[in-house]
Ligand binder design. Structure first.
Ligand SMILES: *Cc1c(COP(=O)(O)O)cnc(C)c1O
Length: 391
């Protein structure tokens, strides 16, 4: 089976994890802060808070920006369900902004129009969550300018985009957002098994994220309230938090992987370039890179365009699976999921996201993909255009 994505684990990764297993601390010891500092330094952000998943990071990021009942959170429909769910966890209303058919990211035009409408009805969002799909950064300057005009906060869902850059800064620097989040799930660029991180340049937000991942507890004297001298108070719960902590076992794997991040990105970009060339003459739209951006190529989504032989996305999907290539689709528009349908979203709500959904396929891209296997994928796709329906 050739998967669409997978982790790369080396002997050194295993050694680093083993060291933790033989040490004094299994969870949140000395390695978690080391991993946090390394990621923050890599991205150029002042704070990084490691948690047990990107889903958790999104949840506490929304809470740290005071999202609650009655508020609106907007995101892209072309994302993993967790990006939308975090708004619902906070009791807020969630809505979707259609995508741009060039980048498959949230459309700035659609966002601009929707904000103007929302202002009239007094239902402006408190938070907007752009998603850097496949590792292609969104137009953050434009979204940032809109946030200043309309007064919303920005959380970047950068689950796909560690190692990508925008305008000469790394994604995660938060130069145009309040918080950026990463995922370290095994199919993502670097992995900790399960894991996530929230980055921010705001000290207050960083403190709240730190409390929220740890049941709302603090040992920091700055936040603790005065108590009688003769009582022992070595920690205090100051808000309602969760156990979203990352373990040192996970952080050791992450730290070891981080050392290879730049190598991972250049390998992914090499694979992407090979696909770009191979599909040049076929009715396939390959991922674009906007000027001034560098994609991390977490995914390589192709869109099957109209063609003479009328081969559809679904048919190519089936052919690839028959040949033991487990292609995937990123993503089914979130609001078409049965759960979101029960919240009354209608088919046709975001036409671009739906048209992408009907033509896109995520084909294999990962560090360990051999040239031989990549060529196999290319040949099967190319041949399916040549041979199909010629009987
Ligand atoms: C993977 C992913 C998430 C969730 O990440 P977990 O670490 O699995 O919780 C959220 N958003 C996007 C866009 C993702 O791809």
């Amino acid at each position: 089976m050739i998967p669409y994505g997978r982790q790369e684990i080396t002997d050194n990764d295993i050694l680093e994890v083993e060291k933790v297993l033989r040490s004094d601390f299994l969870t949140q010891g000395p390695i978690v802060p080391k991993f946090e500092k390394s990621v923050a330094d890599y991205c150029g952000a002042s704070n990084a808070i490691a948690v047990n998943s990107a889903t958790s990071a999104l949840h506490i990021a929304c809470l740290a920006l005071d999202l609650g009942p009655g508020d609106w959170m907007w995101t892209s429909p072309n994302t993993f369900v967790a990006t939308a769910n975090c708004g619902l966890y906070c009791g807020a209303n969630v809505d979707f902004v259609d995508i741009d058919l060039n980048t498959y990211n949230m459309s700035v035009k659609a966002l601009t129009d929707k904000l103007a409408e929302a202002e009239k009805s007094g239902l402006l969002p408190k938070i907007v969550i752009p998603v850097h799909l496949a590792g292609q950064p969104c137009d953050m300057i434009a979204i940032y300018e809109l946030s200043k005009k309309y007064g919303f906060k920005i959380i970047e869902d950068a689950s796909h985009a560690i190692g990508a850059s925008y305008n000469l800064t790394k994604v995660g620097s938060c130069s145009h957002s309040d918080i950026a989040i990463f995922s370290f799930h095994p199919v993502k660029i670097i992995t900790t098994g399960e894991g996530g991180m929230a980055l921010t340049n705001d000290e207050m937000i960083a403190n709240r994220l730190t409390h929220l991942r740890n049941s709302g507890n603090t040992r920091n004297k700055i936040f603790m309230q005065p108590r009688p001298e003769n009582e022992i108070w070595n920690y205090q719960q100051i808000e309602l938090g969760f156990n979203y902590r990352m373990t040192d076992i996970q952080a050791a794997l992450g730290l070891s992987q981080l050392k290879r991040l730049d190598k991972f990105i250049s390998r992914r970009r090499e694979i992407a370039k090979h696909y770009d060339k191979a599909f040049d003459c076929l009715p396939i739209k390959v991922p674009v890179q906007l000027k001034g951006t560098l994609s991390s190529y977490h995914l390589y989504p192709i869109c099957i365009e109209e063609n003479k032989n009328e081969i559809t996305q679904k048919e190519i999907y089936n052919i690839l699976w028959k040949n033991k290539i487990s292609v995937s689709l990123h993503y089914i528009p979130v609001y078409l999921q049965p759960y979101y349908q029960s919240l009354n979203f209608k088919r046709g709500y975001c036409p671009n996201a739906e048209s992408y959904f009907k033509s896109a396929l995520s084909i294999p891209i990962y560090v360990g993909l051999s040239l031989e296997n990549q060529n196999k994928v290319i040949n099967i796709i190319s041949n399916s255009f040549l041979e199909y329906k010629q009987e």
